[in-house]
Design a protein around this ligand. Structure first.
Ligand SMILES: Cc1cc2nc3c(=O)[nH]c(=O)nc-3n(C[C@H](O)[C@H](O)[C@H](O)COP(=O)(O)O)c2cc1C
Length: 389
């Protein structure tokens, strides 16, 4: 399975084309819209999120609620396009509008502006920021929603939550099952299970905003019900942990990843890190602990996958850092685009989507079938084989 995204932040629309989905997978626009709406919520977002109410239209690959096996294309209109028709016009400029409006010549440190401008020769760096903007993650969430649907029908559940913002750390959550975690965090404006920490996180966001600054944080994605042995110890490029790490880092502003105990492992002994194996008739192979976060040798162990990603503070600052105007080479403050002061809660939903995608892609690759029904049978058979192994 693979997908391609297209679209500029203030262009007419965002598009993704998904290739390789099996036929017979039930999917409805509502499955996708629900995820798009989760991405748009969150304390600390700028005005853009009030303008846009993202909804998807499925333009191909689905008939009467089921995938056909052909490419599935998803389109999200940018409601703000009407205000940007001239600035982001598709057709060549006429004589009268030679003056390009909202030209960007003062690159923002930490964004793609300067390096992207040099790479593609864009002296108006709007040509860079329109694509490097995290608006693109809208359609990644749409693709992830399709992946989540596939996983859920295979008995694989996925949830996410924010565990840190601006130095405020949440207490570890305690929940019966993932749906409880998701229910509670979906109600929190910062997607945090720990209500007290959530309030402090909002205060930290307010403070950053008042100071014209931004803050980052850490999100955690948890996956339950993964069959054992998905991924590979044989080929480096099929290792599941490597694929998940790449997916996490591919999210705009994500700079680090850890699994299970993560970087804490560097300070522990082997006996405090590895997970002892046990077996029972009822449950097959299980671990006494899950400190490795559900992955061994590049494969899923069957225990919950626990992966965290760190997001740096957003680069656009209302009190901008020093930069240079590329027209004059004079020192100037960086340009200001309409911006969030903290997007960690929204990024948490993006993280869930990209992880869901990677897992669905790995499963469809391993239990390859053109028909969802057969894929499901293979996964079920593999589960009972693993249990009795
Ligand atoms: C959900 C989300 C929202 C974001 N919103 C903004 C924003 O409003 N302003 C901004 O400057 N960067 C924002 N970013 C981060 C930039 O897109 C990112 O820093 C930029 O593309 C440069 O890439 P890099 O940080 O990965 O190097 C956001 C990221 C995510 C995941």
């Amino acid at each position: 399975m693979r997908y391609l995204t297209a679209g500029e932040s203030h262009g007419p629309k965002l598009i993704t084309i998904i290739e390789g989905l099996p036929s017979g997978l039930p999917i409805a626009s509502s499955d996708i819209n629900q995820e798009l709406s989760r991405r748009q919520q969150g304390y600390g977002r700028g005005r853009r999120m009030q303008i846009e109410k993202d909804t998807v239209s499925i333009a191909s690959g689905v008939r009467h609620g089921f995938t056909l096996g052909s490419p599935v294309s998803l389109i999200v209109e940018n409601n703000d396009w009407k205000h940007w028709k001239t600035i982001m016009g598709i057709e060549p400029l006429g004589e009268s509008d030679i003056e390009v409006k909202r030209k960007v010549t003062r690159p923002r440190p930490g964004h793609a502006d300067l390096v992207g401008g040099i790479k593609y020769g864009h002296r108006d760096m709007r040509n860079v920021l329109e694509r490097s903007s995290a608006r693109e993650t809208t359609v990644r969430v749409a693709a992830g929603a399709v992946a989540k649907k596939l996983l859920s029908l295979l008995g694989i559940r996925i949830a996410s939550h924010v565990i840190e913002i601006g130095g405020v750390k949440a207490a570890p959550p305690s929940f019966q099952d993932l749906s409880e975690l998701q229910l509670i965090t979906d109600k929190s404006p910062v997607r945090c299970f720990d209500e007290r920490a959530g309030t402090q996180m909002m205060e930290a966001i307010d403070l950053a905003k008042q100071n014209g600054d931004s803050i980052g944080g850490i999100v955690e994605v948890i996956v339950e019900g993964m069959p054992m042995g998905v991924g590979s110890y044989v080929h480096y490029d099929h290792k599941l942990d490597a694929k998940l790490a790449r997916a996490m880092i591919s999210i705009n502003a994500f700079k680090g990843v850890e699994f299970g105990l993560g970087f804490e492992m560097a300070r522990k002994r082997g006996s405090e890190v590895h997970d002892e194996i046990r077996w029972s008739e009822e449950n097959g192979y299980q671990r006494k602990t899950n400190r490795l976060g559900g992955l061994e040798g590049g494969m899923s162990t069957g225990e919950p996958i626990v992966i965290r990603g760190v997001m740096k503070p957003i680069p656009t600052l209302y009190k901008p850092l020093g930069s240079v105007d590329i027209e004059t080479k004079e020192p100037f403050f960086a340009s200001i685009e309409r911006s969030d002061s903290c997007a960690v809660p929204a990024a948490c939903v993006v993280a869930e989507a990209v992880i869901a995608w990677e897992l669905a892609a790995a499963i469809t690759e391993q239990f390859n079938s053109d028909r969802f029904e057969v894929l499901k049978q293979s996964v079920d058979e593999h589960r009972s084989y693993s249990k009795g192994f």
